[in-house]
Ligand binder design. Structure first.
Ligand SMILES: Nc1ncnc2c1ncn2[C@@H]1O[C@H](COP(=O)(O)OP(=O)(O)OP(=O)(O)O)[C@@H](O)[C@H]1O
Ligand SMILES: Nc1ncnc2c1ncn2[C@@H]1O[C@H](COP(=O)(O)OP(=O)(O)OP(=O)(O)O)[C@@H](O)[C@H]1O
Ligand SMILES: [Mg+2]
Ligand SMILES: [Mg+2]
Lengths: 152, 165, 152, 165
């Protein structure tokens, strides 16, 4: 049990270092077991250092940097322990356009092993979709589906 | 395995029956504020066995049933079905297609079906154990939740990891 | 003391009803003292009903509807009790483009009595600005100011 | 009254001295993620007397001083000045222009100035009482905080109202 956890943790740890660098275009990040002695009770700490910046507390990161760090962790877990599908509700809302670019390129990779259903308001995300679904609301406050044609 | 289709009727703002056919790859859901997109996220959580009304943004069980509007009367029941391609038999069932249906009535009565056969909530929750889907999994990230990954205390994060292990 | 609070509350209450309708293009909203008997301890409840929808718990509103409701309350308070300036950090992030339109039109009104300093990623908000300030970061992770020309 | 200018040096990512001249009306601050925009919000809160490091997204007092980077060494002091047009004498001072400066050193020592004259933090906080600016006011809404208006319990909201009354 503890061995299985440690094994998965190690693999996600290595993956997180890679994914973070790819999403941030540099920098470095770590997952750390804060109690190396007592693995059964140890918590997991996140260390994140965007490119060129000094390592500081996660709380000092910007809104967009925090979102991208969390996305890197999510993608790392999906890469190691792919679930059949994932539902992502506006997870990239805080990213600027440059970061949306890197995010969508990585999302395309993830979709190779995990079906992605993503709710989004961002053009960049819509552009990498294989299928687009429009939800609209009638005056009667009832939701309906609109087939949206993808013009590539 | 992938999610082939979601069918909603009477669930939150989906008073009229809606069927959404998904593709493998990237499926993007778009639309104006308040149109019902996140309600789809709630519907998928719910049909997979979510029991916390708070997680579904409600305060009582009835909140997931279409409450009516200025143009429409309230409905008496909410139903969501999710159809999964199971050709890889990730779910330990013989079927190459698995359909899970959940229904709730204003009385509070609930019904669950696995490929049209009545079952218990417990059966649905157990079916998805260790797949990363469903309770405590990582596969569903609700609106505004992405920051939680970073805010959660190291011990809570540990619990999440154990679910994936 | 209690009288002053009640007076301000009443005025903001009336204002909130108007501002909500203007931002949502309809619907209705209320501010309610939940303990009418004991004003000194009474809390303030928010009731919000977007156009065409049935009145429900605030928690069931969408991300964008909640943001717009909070903005309506903020603007109501600023209309009644104008502060000299306000600093708004990405408060309209959750709004779709149709709502950004109504938001920016109302923001223009508010700026008539309160100087607005708003941090934003949204084009619609940049378009109603009287002055634009670009913040960029060198490779040395040091912030710098870029003068952005406004082309109307 | 309006905010004419903010001057930052050594405050968070503003290692180099920056002066921002604001206009009456709408001033929009734009730029990429992590460039320092919200740090300006923090700087304005701080110079107006914010004492909670948590509100400034830090965990210790030193967190507001430029910590250095791969290209630059850390600095020993952070300083922010805010210059207000006071021609309407909203602030009960004879000056038609009011300048507030706050400085902090790594040692933890703090200095406060009102129009270049040393003063106490208390003097600055009292100056802005009842203007809606500063502690418990409504005039500064930080990133992600707008939802707080709706999440806060009715009693908390009451406290906010009393500040405006
Ligand atoms: N039981 C119900 N009956 C009728 N309408 C409901 C019910 N529950 C929720 N709604 C409505 O659904 C709407 C919220 O939908 P949802 O959260 O899916 O919006 P959204 O498309 O995600 O919008 P956003 O882009 O702002 O996040 C609300 O306006 C709410 O009034
Ligand atoms: N004391 C400090 N020394 C150096 N850099 C700092 C310090 N405190 C914070 N920073 C840096 O400032 C950056 C955050 O800036 P800020 O929050 O202002 O970004 P932002 O422009 O608002 O971005 P976003 O659009 O993502 O919200 C972080 O990358 C952080 O590393
Ligand atoms: Mg939503
Ligand atoms: Mg910011």
């Amino acid at each position: 049990m503890e061995e299985m956890f440690l094994n998965t943790f190690q693999r996600v740890k290595v993956e997180f270092q890679k994914v973070f660098v790819e999403l941030f275009g540099g920098g470095k990040a770590e997952l750390i077991l804060d109690d190396g002695e007592n693995l059964l009770d140890s918590g997991i700490e996140i260390i994140a250092q965007p490119p060129g910046k000094k390592l500081q507390n996660l709380t000092l990161l910007s809104g967009g940097e925090r979102a991208l760090t969390a996305i890197a962790l999510l993608f790392s877990i999906l890469n190691i322990k792919a679930t059949p599908f994932c539902i992502l509700d506006e997870i990239e809302a805080a990213l600027d356009d440059a970061n949306i670019d890197r995010f969508t390129r990585y999302l395309k990779k993830v979709s190779g092993h995990t079906q992605v259903i993503i709710i989004t308001h961002r053009k960049g995300t819509m552009e990498v979709a294989d299928a687009l679904y429009g939800i609209a609301m009638e005056e009667t406050a009832v939701s309906k589906l609109i087939t949206v044609k993808l013009e590539d | 395995m992938y999610l082939k289709r979601v069918e909603l009727q009477g669930f939150k703002s989906f008073a009229d029956r809606i069927e959404i056919e998904f593709q493998p790859g990237i499926n993007a859901i778009v639309g104006p504020n308040g149109s019902g997109k996140s309600n789809i996220t709630d519907a998928i959580r719910w049909v997979l066995g979510e029991q916390s009304i708070k997680t579904l943004r409600g305060s009582k069980l009835e909140d997931v049933i279409f409450a009516g509007s200025h143009g429409r009367r309230p409905m008496g029941m909410a139903e969501v079905s999710i159809i999964l391609d199971n050709s890889d038999h990730l779910l330990p069932l013989e079927y190459s297609e698995v359909c899970i249906t959940r229904r709730v009535f204003r009385s509070g009565e609930s019904e669950f079906y696995l490929n049209k056969v009545p079952c218990r909530l417990k059966d649905i929750q157990e079916l998805f154990m260790d797949t990363g889907i469903g309770k405590d999994g990582y596969s569903i990230i609700s609106q505004g939740e992405v920051d939680e990954f970073l805010i959660s205390r190291p011990e809570e994060r540990r619990l999440m990891f154990e679910e994936t292990a």
